[in-house]
Design a protein around this ligand. Sequence first.
Ligand SMILES: [Zn+2]
Length: 119
Amino acid sequence: MPDRLPCIVPFCRRTVPADRTPAGWEIICAAHWRAVPTALKAARRRAKATVRRLAAEDEAARLRFLACPEAQVFRPDGMHPLEAARLHAVHRLVSAENRNARLWRICKRRATEAAGGIG
Ligand SMILES: [Zn+2]
């Protein structure tokens, strides 16, 4: 594993220490990040905050579900409210993660497209 993580913009030679970023992460260096429109960066920041909030809500719903043995019994007449709440929380989290990933792809495209003028 390399100890430096490169900027995702092709031919950009900037890197960050790999131990400062979780595995599987991609980075856009500060110079190329400046080329991403401010409104897009703000939307991405909000999307990340939403993912963090919904991840906490998902975890709380999961723990409430696991703490209730009655909720885990299969009911042919429909889900226990705690199971339904758990599924709802998972769905909201996955939707937010998808939106965040989509915004990140747009950020990468804008940074790469602008790179011709930055080098
Ligand atoms: Zn770069």
